[in-house]
Write a protein that binds this ligand. Structure first.
Ligand code: ATP
Length: 446
């Protein structure tokens, strides 16, 4: 329900406006002057302030200035008496959404308020679309050898029509890689349709894939196109392909082999030209051994396999990802955020079972909650405080443990020196040449 703050010192006007606005089913709080309004604004969020300009004490102009500073998203509608139009225009210049001259027709006021609310809905939709667009065009961040190889491969295979099977733990960026493959393809301006095979109940999946005719089953009130048809000419991402039921695996194989499908309850064969991208966190070879996945389908899907390494195997990407996410979340908060060295150490020592998604969520949380622009260890979630976590957790051959510890130390030193090798070598107590050799050995890139 829309919340309006009405600010009017004239009692009769206030009461009649209050009644009229409530009749529109809006929630209305009334303030008798600017000061009264400020204390209400402190306690509650409003979608619109409807305020008189001239009031004793704190007037509408000051209220406007204060409210714009506090929350740029509140719209402010000014009311003013005939003869003070100049004040109203100044208010418009300072960010008011509209003004109306007294005396006015109530219906006129209501129409204008409705228009402001409609604009708010449009703004919210635009913001959510922008968010989606940004997600689809998200950059893949990473400079580790593994990620650079992956980015190169995406550029190589993007323009082909080959089916790609993207494998990797949850949160490693499989969907991001699929988006990049579509963008790099000749189908980039054609439809890009996604379907999460694990999120749709088994009974509905077939109709989601291939569509259905009217009356094909109970509840099929109208004809519906399937995702294969919707993606015709473009790309179809089958996410969580490892969860596809066996029955549907056979049908998918047929579409891949013959390039055609039928709607449920239909008799017509529909030709489809779709580039398939598939993603899964499961080991499909094991699924084949367990009888859960068809071997012939696996062969068809893995024409080009793409593997996203877990974040713990490319810790040198962590500082880059952190800066990238801090920039994004800091921008939303209107602040330039950074991480203290100790906090960065904590992140570098953590295993990230949820991979980049977990890192992103942590940075989002601390970006919102940290009291100042520098995020410290205390701002990080408690389980990250255990810096020795890695060392305690894993049992591995000693040589491997030593190599991993050495790599970690070098990455830390480089992160602390901002990539300056001379300073990093000094911190580590080794020569620059020795550092260079070790970076090569551990495939660390700055
Ligand atoms: N290299 C990266 N650079 C920037 N952001 C990344 C990167 N990798 C992952 N992310 C971000 O992490 C989140 C998870 O990524 P994504 O959804 O692509 O992972 P996924 O492997 O498909 O996960 P799941 O298997 O759980 O669906 C997203 O918000 C994505 O933007």
């Amino acid at each position: 329900m829309k919340q309006i703050l009405l600010v009017e010192d004239d009692e009769i006007m206030r009461i009649s406006l209050h009644d009229r606005l409530r009749r529109e089913r809006w929630q209305v709080d009334a303030a008798v002057n600017g000061r009264d309004a400020l204390s209400l604004l402190d306690q509650k969020h409003y979608h619109l302030i409807l305020s008189d300009i001239r009031m004793p004490g704190l007037g509408g102009m000051e209220l406007l200035e204060w409210a714009r500073k506090q929350s740029p998203l509140i719209d402010i509608f000014m009311m003013t008496a005939y003869g003070s139009v100049e004040d109203a225009i100044t208010c418009l210049r300072n960010g008011a959404a509209d003004y109306i001259l007294k005396p006015f027709e109530m219906d006129d006021l209501i129409i204008r308020i409705n228009r402001i609310f409609e604009m708010q809905t449009v703004r919210a939709r635009c913001a959510s679309l922008e968010d989606r667009c940004r997600q689809e065009h998200q950059e893949i961040i990473g400079n580790s050898t593994a990620m650079r190889t992956l980015l190169k491969l995406i550029n190589q295979i993007g323009p082909t029509d080959s089916t790609v099977l993207i494998n990797g733990e949850s949160g490693t960026g499989k969907e991001l890689a699929a988006n990049a493959l579509h963008r790099a393809s000749r189908r980039a301006d054609k439809p890009y349709i996604r379907i999460n095979c694990a999120a749709i109940p088994e009974g509905l999946l077939e109709s989601e894939f291939f569509g259905h005719e009217k009356g094909a089953f109970t509840g099929a009130h109208a004809k519906r196109l399937g995702r294969f048809e919707l993606a015709d000419g473009g790309t179809l991402l089958l996410d969580e392909i490892g969860d596809l039921p066996l029955g549907l695996q056979a049908k998918l194989l047929r579409v891949i082999e013959e390039g055609e499908c039928e709607r449920l309850g239909g008799t017509r064969t529909i030709k489809v030209d779709v580039r398939l991208l598939c993603a899964t966190a499961k080991d499909l070879k094991k699924e084949v051994e367990a009888g859960q996945f068809r071997q012939d389908l696996l062969y068809r899907l893995s024409v080009i396999p793409l593997t996203l390494p877990p974040l713990r195997e490319r810790i040198e990407d962590i500082p880059l990802l952190v800066s990238h996410f801090l920039r994004g979340f800091g921008h939303k908060r209107g602040m330039t955020l950074s991480l203290s060295k100790e906090a960065m150490d904590c992140l570098l020592n953590y295993d990230f079972p949820g991979n980049v998604r977990e890192l992103k969520n942590i940075i989002e949380r601390v970006s919102v909650l940290s009291p100042g622009p520098v995020i410290t260890v205390e701002d990080l979630p408690a389980d990250l405080h255990k810096a020795e976590q890695k060392a305690n957790g894993a049992i591995m051959p000693l040589a491997e443990a030593l190599a991993s510890a050495e790599k970690q130390c070098i990455v830390h030193a480089l992160a602390h020196s901002g990539g300056n090798r001379t300073r990093a070598a000094e911190t580590l107590g080794i020569s620059r040449k020795n550092l260079w050799e070790k970076m090569k050995q551990h495939r660390i890139e700055v």
